[in-house]
Design a binder for this molecule. Structure first.
Ligand code: GZL
Length: 318
């Protein structure tokens, strides 16, 4: 969006001409989404599209199919279309400086949702709306440490399914988890590998873990529920009981996780809310109106152990 439009709107509002053609013209947001790799992502897309409709925002939506080059292309296309605001969930943290400098040169504000970018110049984006992934990793580990404490002397051999390599949630959830288990003699990560946040890869990698370490595994830490659900299939096909022979600690809190917990196949899911649509629309309107925004807007989240799954399930929105 050019400066003149933003100045004009601010001027129109100041002069009480809020009904003017410019101020009434719907806001245009270009949004580049990671892909459709998980239940979480699908719910995130629904939240953004619904919120745009409710807010009267014209949303130009591009699905990158988990490829950074597609996101860069989409952002360049939004710049060429002179949208008012660009928003995106970066598939990985690095490689954004050039295209974000192009957006800045075009005077189009950029809002990050869900995942962070690693850029030298933090002025390249206005704000990041999303979860604290390091804290999510800590919460997963704290639940496991408490669980282990009830079986003193027992060592828990953990296998870890990581999210997309280089993505903020994968980096940070690993960091937070390792920070809490450090120095705990009961908890040891014996294998770790990416399964790209998908069910299919989660099953495939868990099969490989079971072939290599079989019955010595007694905990799975998955960076998202979709990989955990895929791993549950592999565990059952190996003749083991997920949630019992292998304790399952996961993150997202999607409906599929609650269903697994109600069946006794998952032990805990740390919530990571995808319902960022309303906050994104508000932030976009504030940016265009020239209002200052905090650099970081963190979503409030909880931890859901299996014991509360049945009671909480009816409240789940994703
Ligand atoms: C987290 C989000 C992650 C989810 C996965 O905010 O980026 O990506 O945890 C999704 O389910 O694929």
């Amino acid at each position: 969006m050019t400066l003149t439009r933003r100045t004009f709107i601010a001027g129109a509002i100041a002069l009480g001409l809020a009904g003017s053609a410019y101020a009434a013209k719907p806001l245009v947001i270009g949004f580049s989404q990671v892909g459709a790799e998980s239940e979480w992502r699908t719910a995130n897309t629904v939240s953004i599209k619904d919120a745009a409709k409710k807010a009267g925002v014209t949303l130009k939506f591009a699905d990158a199919q988990q490829r950074q080059e597609n996101q860069v292309k989409a952002i360049r296309s939004f710049i060429a279309q002179k949208v008012d605001v660009i928003a995106f969930s970066p598939v990985v943290e690095s490689g954004w400086d050039t295209v974000l400098r192009e957006a800045k040169a075009a005077k189009i504000p950029v809002i990050l949702t869900d995942r962070d970018v690693n850029v030298a110049d933090k002025s390249l984006y206005v704000t990041l709306i999303g979860s604290d992934f390091v804290e999510e990793g800590r919460r997963a580990a704290r639940w496991l440490a408490d669980y282990a404490k009830k079986q003193p002397g027992k060592t828990f051999n953990i296998v870890e399914l990581q999210g997309t390599v280089g993505s903020a949630p994968a980096i940070d959830r690993k960091t937070g988890f390792e920070e809490v288990i450090k120095g705990n003699p009961q908890l040891k990560i014996i294998r770790t590998q990416t399964a790209e946040f998908t069910r299919a890869k989660g099953k495939e990698v868990m099969e490989a873990f079971l072939k290599a370490n079989g019955r010595s595994i007694n905990v799975l830490y998955a960076h998202n529920d979709d990989m955990a659900i895929g791993a549950i299939q592999a565990i059952e096909e190996a003749g083991l009981k997920p949630g019992k022979d292998i304790v399952i600690v996961s993150i997202d809190g999607v409906k599929g996780a609650f269903e697994a917990m109600m069946l006794g196949k998952m032990n805990v899911s740390v919530e990571c809310s995808p319902l960022l649509g309303p906050q994104l629309m508000q932030a976009a309107k504030d940016v265009v109106a020239g209002k200052p925004l905090p650099k970081r807007i963190v979503t409030e989240e909880k931890v859901f152990p299996a014991e509360v799954a049945a009671k909480e399930f009816p409240n789940r929105k994703y």
